[in-house]
Design a protein around this ligand. Structure first.
Ligand code: AGP
Length: 598
């Protein structure tokens, strides 16, 4: 996610830059500021890191007591000076910084271009200042033009707006993306999260959903888009900086696990035009390649492709791709990598390209190497993932790949419009279902305490949940150092079961899908050898409850959603087991967030 910061105070230029520095930990690829200096709007922005940005600034230009700043994590439009925020209107009177994902920006942009507006970026955010300008040209005040603009744009948005039209106010608005405001002795402040304004005030208010906030010297005014005003309710922040950077969570990993509903919600907003461009490349032999968790997304998707649109897509581990000597004639390679920089995957992509394959990239990092190597790419909307263990980026990979399969199914005729729309509707329920699971995280925490003394575990699933089993085992082993192995449940009797002795932990992913009845037999096999069985099951499945020693229920859903839903308790299990065993889940030994070596 991007980071926004605004201040109305003495020393605004340096406070603006310090505020952005405190947002750095969120991850970003470009940075910018805007200040009102008398009648002028001074804007400086560039791709790159804050320190090099600051070193290139002309301090003499940076004057004034009101400004906004932005650290950008690219979602639409690669990292570049033009795509960096703040974005301005044509008349250069309005500066906007935005954190979020606008769904309908393309049609708004086309309309504004028809009305004579010129755009300088490829971002979704730039439509906001031009829309405000358009409504002001129709005679609306800045505030009313902002309200009308935010009613028009769809999608998540936390914005801060300054203008030479009303040079003593910062206008903010919040929908889904986080926004904090604060008032201190020296001024008033707004930011994406608390660390940025902590040095200047600990009296803060988390802006409620769908509220317009107007910051003026010494006052903060809150109203909704209908003009109803609300009391400003401040709280005193007692956190230290480190805790504040994690949003009050003890580790980034657990914060990111709990961000998954928002990340999925934002990923579900990927414009169809980007999905269709990728879908139209997918013909001939189709391979899905990735490493680690990203490979698990490939494996899971290969099952979904067969079940949903009757298409065979072969999952291949990136480091094995070249050695597999696969035929790449008339082929398409879907390369999955949240960092977009994994050397094994980039190497496999280059090999495929050398044989003439078409490349579709699925990544969380716009501007990464994989996007430059791809003929088309889809960017998941997780926002930066700081924890080394992949969590929210895995779920949004599955969501993005499901969206891609749905579009491919429609375009190829494998799915009718009603079938496509029905499954799309089911996907829209996913954020709420994940929220339900997260609301019962203490149930998993109790189980993790119980299992934290284990030294071995099997994770077993069937069908697409073989991938879920592999992912659950990887999570547990990579951060708690319990030796966990994922297997197809049907494989148990071909060897693995020899390890099972009384109290050997077997985690079964056993939702009510087409494989449920067969997995019951596998559970009984393990129980007969004294295994301790923990099952992830569909709500209300009495039979599974009876045969499992412990269970965790996920909401009833269609089959396509179970690999996503069943992963969440396994992420929590790994996280809590690691903390109970005294390890730092964010920085597991021997691992890097992005493995850029072969
Ligand atoms: C997953 O928790 C690990 N951090 C690791 O397996 C990771 O998924 C793998 O290195 C691939 O990374 P990528 O998605 O950035 O390509």
């Amino acid at each position: 996610m991007c980071g926004i910061f605004g201040c109305l105070c003495e020393g605004a230029p340096s406070i603006l830059l310090q505020g952005l520095k405190r947002l750095e930990y969120r991850g970003y690829d470009s940075v910018g500021i805007a200040l009102i200096n008398g009648k002028d709007l001074v804007v400086e922005k560039n791709k790159g890191k804050i320190d090099e940005f600051i070193s290139g600034l002309d301090e003499a230009r940076l004057k004034g007591e009101i400004g906004v700043g932005h650290t950008r994590w690219a979602t639409h439009g690669a990292p570049s000076k033009e795509n960096a925020h703040p974005h301005l209107d044509c008349s250069k009177r309005i500066a906007v910084v935005h954190n979020g994902v606008l769904e309908n920006f393309l049609q708004i942009k086309e309309e504004l271009v028809r009305r004579g507006h010129t755009f300088s970026s490829r971002t979704d955010s730039e439509v906001i200042p031009h829309l405000i300008e358009e409504y002001m040209n129709e005679g609306l005040t800045l505030k009313d033009a902002l309200i009308k603009s935010m009613e028009r744009v769809k999608g998540s948005a936390a914005i801060a707006v300054i203008s030479t039209v009303e040079p003593n106010k910062i206008f903010c608005y919040r929908r889904e993306s986080p926004l904090i405001v604060g008032i201190g002795d020296n001024g008033v402040f707004c930011a994406s999260d608390i660390p940025a304004i902590m040095p200047y005030t600990r009296r803060v208010m988390v802006v409620p959903e769908d509220r317009l906030v107007i910051l003026e010297r010494g006052s903060i005014h809150v109203e909704d888009l209908k003009g109803v005003t609300y009391e400003t309710e401040f709280t005193e922040i007692t956190w230290d900086l480190e805790l504040a950077e994690k949003g009050g969570y003890p580790h980034f990993m657990i914060k990111e696990i709990f961000e998954q509903p928002r990340a999925i919600r934002d990923t579900l907003k990927i414009p169809t035009v980007f999905l269709d461009k990728a879908a139209r490349l997918m013909r001939g032999r189709i391979y899905l390649i990735g490493s680690g968790t990203s490979y698990h997304a490939c494996l899971s998707t290969s099952y979904t492709a067969s079940a949903l649109i009757d298409m065979e897509m072969r999952p291949v581990i990136s480091s094995e791709f070249a050695d597999a000597l696969l035929s790449l004639e008339d082929s398409t390679v879907i390369a999955v990598s949240q960092s977009g920089e994994t050397a094994d995957t980039l190497n496999a992509v280059k090999h495929a390209k050398s044989k003439g394959a078409r490349i579709v990239g699925i990544t969380n990092t716009l501007g990464s190497s994989i996007t430059t190597l791809s003929d088309a790419y889809i960017c998941t909307q997780s926002g930066p993932e700081i924890g080394v263990a992949a969590t929210k980026t895995f779920l949004t990979q599955l969501v993005a790949l499901d969206l891609l399969l749905l579009r491919l199914g429609l375009i190829s005729g494998k799915l009718s419009e009603p079938e496509h729309d029905l499954i799309t509707k089911e996907l829209s329920n996913l954020p709420g279902m994940v929220e339900q699971i997260l609301s019962r995280s203490n149930r998993v925490k109790d189980l993790a305490l119980k299992y934290s003394t284990k030294e071995n575990a099997f994770f077993l699933g069937r069908g697409a949940n073989v991938a879920t089993a592999l992912e659950g085992a990887l999570k547990l082993k990579e951060i708690s150092y319990i030796h966990a192995e994922g297997y197809p449940a049907g494989e148990s009797k071909h060897g693995p079961i020899s390890l099972v002795e009384p109290n050997f932990l077997c985690v079964f992913i056993a939702p009510r899908d087409r494989t449920r009845d067969r997995i019951i037999g596998n559970i009984m096999e393990m129980k007969a050898r004294g295994a301790e069985v923990f099952s992830v099951i569909t709500e209300g499945d009495k039979e599974l409850k009876e045969i499992s020693d412990e269970y965790f229920e996920v909401p009833i859903s269609s089959e396509i959603l179970y690999p996503i839903l069943c992963t969440v308790p396994l992420q929590l299990l790994a996280y809590y087991a690691a903390t109970f065993r005294g390890f730092d889940p964010d920085k597991p030994r021997n691992l890097a967030k992005s493995v850029t070596v072969l």
